[in-house]
Design a protein around this ligand. Structure first.
Ligand SMILES: [Zn+2]
Length: 313
């Protein structure tokens, strides 16, 4: 039984995950961006409480966290929205409190490991996980091992440039995949292209656009078409660069995947002629709302459980 900790910018989820990836109990609380010591105490409390509720003892703790983390040193990096957490080591602190081995990864990498091990990416040798929500992130798993960059760095699949004349991105470029195809980009497109009299404009969200498109709303269908085109371009780039067996798609926008998939596949077919793109399966994430939490547990198995050396389960 692994204690799993999913640290996001606004909330922390903690749960107990068994050796088949099932969540036995869970709790969550808001993240305090400034006071790390309170945060780590709260995490320890939630770990004890969820273990007690599940009636189990813990054999390790896995953490998936938003923002830059140093997975090998077990420290938070320059997490701008959690200023008080910078440079702190939840790995060292939780290991000391619980006398257990603790592993930390970026949450995109954690979710990729979960889908590769327990989800839609099982038995896939070369897997890319992509989450499309308020941003675009993900992780790459090759032969059951997480792909790492220099010094353990996490590659940012959402920040390859698709249109240098596109909207500004937080990374410094314009027209990144994230800036063009994450949920807010679909909202921005609709807000600037819908007719002035469009009734649904005030307070529209990506989720609402998908609902309206399902009901046949013409403006929402155009926004979906535009979104699917840019999703397709980014996925085509990943296929050209990595020729994966599978790309697993998760995140809130992909809850409406049937609206987008045909157009995405058509875009991929249009290009990608020099690689076996038809062999890159587009699969939908299968672990649901708790993917990141389950991923945090998988982080522990990947680091200490011998999974990496065995390949995909
Ligand atoms: Zn960017």
């Amino acid at each position: 039984m692994i204690g799993a900790v999913d640290i996001g910018g606004t909330k922390i989820a903690v749960g107990i995950v068994d050796d088949s990836g099932k969540v036995l109990s869970r709790m969550e609380a808001p993240t305090d961006p400034n006071r790390y010591s309170d945060g780590i105490e709260l995490i320890a409390h939630m770990l004890r409480k969820t273990a007690q509720r599940a009636g189990v003892g813990l054999s390790g703790i896995g953490i998936g966290s938003t923002g830059p983390v140093d997975p090998l040193r077990g420290e938070f990096g320059d997490v701008d929205f959690l200023p008080g957490w910078r440079g702190k080591s939840p790995v060292r602190d939780l290991a000391a409190s619980f006398n257990l081995r603790v592993a930390l990864e970026n949450d995109g990498d954690a979710a990729a490991l979960a889908e590769a091990g327990w989800g839609a990416g099982r038995n896939r040798t070369r897997l890319i996980y992509v989450t499309i929500g308020t941003g675009i992130g993900g992780g790459i798993v090759l032969d059951g091992q997480l792909y790492r960059g220099v010094d353990g760095a996490h590659p940012e699949v959402g920040h390859h440039v698709i249109d240098p004349a596109g909207p500004e991105c937080s990374c410094g470029f314009r027209g990144c995949w994230e800036a063009l195809a994450a949920g807010p980009a679909m909202v921005a497109w609709l807000e600037s292209h819908a007719p002035a009299a469009y009734l649904h404009r005030p307070g529209i969200t990506a989720k609402k656009i998908c609902e309206l498109a399902q009901q046949g709303d013409e403006v929402a269908l155009q926004a979906v078409e535009h979104e699917a085109y840019y999703l397709g371009l980014g996925l085509a780039n990943l296929i050209s660069l990595f020729t994966p067996d599978a790309i697993v798609l998760g995140g809130s926008v992909m809850k409406s995947a049937p609206l987008f998939l045909d157009r995405i596949r058509a875009v991929i077919r249009q290009g990608c002629r020099f690689v076996p793109a038809e062999k890159a399966e587009l699969a939908l994430a299968s672990l649901g709302e708790d993917t990141n939490l389950i991923g945090a547990a998988r982080v522990w198995h990947h680091r200490f459980g011998g999974i990496a050396s065995q390949g995909p389960q």
